[in-house]
Design a protein around this ligand. Sequence first.
Ligand SMILES: Cc1cc2nc3c(=O)[nH]c(=O)nc-3n(C[C@H](O)[C@H](O)[C@H](O)COP(=O)(O)O)c2cc1C
Length: 530
Amino acid sequence: MGFAHEYAAAIMHRGRIPMEPVGFVPDWSDRPRKGKFYPGAESLPLPDGALPDPGATVQEGVFAASGPRDEPFTLPLLGGMLLDSYGRLGRRLGVQANTDLPSLPLYTDANWYRGTASGGGLYPVTVYWVNGPGGPLTPGVHHYSTTHHAMQRLLTGDVSGEVREALGNGTRADQFLVLGVKFWQNAFKYNSFCMHAVSMDVGAALQTWRIWARARGLRIEPALWFDEERLARLLGVDVAEEGIFAVVPLSWEGTRGDALAPAPAAGGPAPRVRRTESERSRRVITFETVRRVQAATVAHATDRPAPGALAPAVALPAREGGRVPLPEAPPLTMGVREALRRRRSSFGRFDAREPLSAGQLAATLAAAASASVGGDAADPGGPPLAKLYVFVNHVAGVAPGAYEYVADDHALRLVKPGPPGAFLQENYFLSNYNLEQAGAVVVPAVRTAAVLDAVGDRGLRLVNATVGAVAQTFYTTASALGLGGGVALGFDTVSFVEELDLAGSGEAPLLIMLVGHERPGSADFRYEIA
Ligand SMILES: Cc1cc2nc3c(=O)[nH]c(=O)nc-3n(C[C@H](O)[C@H](O)[C@H](O)COP(=O)(O)O)c2cc1C
C-alpha cells in the first residue's frame, strides 16, 4: 500500500489526530507570491476574449445539452478562458466574517479575486502554454501571468514533441496547457495539508475551463497521467518542489485533421526552460509529508489506468429507503462569464429568513452531480466517482434532515431526520460561517481508498481534482441562480462519516458546500478591473 493511502487517512482524521508539524505558525511577512514571477521575461498581452456568445450559458457549460462538440481554440478564446478562470478580475472589499477583513482595505493586502475558487485564496496553479508551430505565436513555452493577463515567454523553439511524448497517448495536438503547482505557494500556510488543498484547486481550475469551453463548443479533456518528470525538466522545475498535475491538449484553429504531421521530439540534449523564477520568501520550508506524497504520486505517473480500471471505485448505487422527489431543475440561463464574475464565497453572509426553494436545491445538486474532470480519468457515460449527500436546513417543502442525493432518480433518500444545524456547526473548525443559516449543506463523498487500490497512488490527485470540479460547478451554479455559495475543508470528516453512516461503504466526505440566500443589503464596494 502506497503512501497516498496513509496521507488520505491522516487527512481524514486530522480533526482528532493533528498532523505534523503540530503548532506550525506561518510567517506571513515572508509569504510567497500568489503566482510565479520570471523577471525579464518578454510579455505578450492577451486579448480579454469578450466575444459575444449568447449561447454560452452556465446550463450549456455544465450540461452540454447540445451534445459534444470540438470547435477550435483561437487566441481571443484562450485569452477569455484564462482571464475568466484565473486572471485577476477585481478586488474584494465587501464586509464578511473572515478574520482578514480589517486588512482588506490596505493595498499591500489587497485580495484580488478570480473566477475560480481556491483553498485559502492562494491560487497556487501555474498555467504554462507549450505552443507548437500550429498556433499564433512563435513556438515555445509561455507562462500565464495572472497579474498582467499576459503570456510570458520562457523558451523559444518547438518543444511540443516533448509534451506529446510525455503524454504517450498518440495525440496530434501541438498546443498544450500544462498545469503546475509550486507547493510552497500553499504550504507556507497549510504545511502538510498542502497536497490535499492544491489537488482540489487543480480540479477547480480545470472545471472552470471545462464549463467555459463547453458553453462555446470547445473541449477541455485533461490528462492526469503522463511522464511528469520529463515535463518538469522541460519547464525547468524540480518535481519535488513543483508538481505537474495536468496537461490539456487544445484543438487549434487551422490545424485540424491530418493537415499537421506533428514533429517528434528533437534528438540531442533534452530542451528545458533556463529562465529562472524569483522566489519572494527568504526562507522556504520543505515539509516531509508533502515531499513524500508528491514522490508517491510521481512514482507511476505514466501508468495511465486502462479503460474500466476505475469501475470497482465508482460511487455505489443508492441504498434502499423512501425517496423524496425533487422538482425539475430550473435552467441556468446566465452567461458563464457573468456567473464567474459574480461568483464569490458567502463567508458568513447566509441568512435563513428566506428558505431555499426545492427547485434551487434541485438545480444545484443536478449540476454538482454532473461534474467530473474528464480526460484520461473518465469513463464517458459511466457512473461518477463522487456521490452527494445533503444536509437540509431550510428548503421549502423538504423536511430538515440528512439525505443522499439519488442523481439517477433526481430524488433524495432520507438518511437521518431532524434539523442538522447544531451538528454542522459543532463539527466546523472555523468561525466564519453560521452553517445553520445556509439553506443546505452539500457533501461530496468519494471512495478514496478504492480509487487508490484501483489506479495506484496517483489516483489521489484524481479524487481531489474531482472534488475540486464539483466545488467549482457548485459555486458557478449558485452564482447563476443568484444565491450565496461557499465551500470549506475545515470540518471533522470522521463525524460526518458517523452521521451519514458511511463507515461500511468506505465513502470519504471530502468537502462541505453551502448554498442559500444571503442577508440583504450587506456592505460592499465594487472594484472591478477586468
Ligand atoms: C478546495 C477549496 C477549499 C476551501 N476551503 C475553505 C475553508 O475551509 N473555509 C472557507 O471559509 N473557505 C474555503 N474555501 C473558499 C476559499 O477560501 C475561497 O474560494 C477563496 O478565499 C477565494 O474567495 P472567493 O471564493 O470569494 O473568490 C475553499 C475553496 C476551495 C476551492
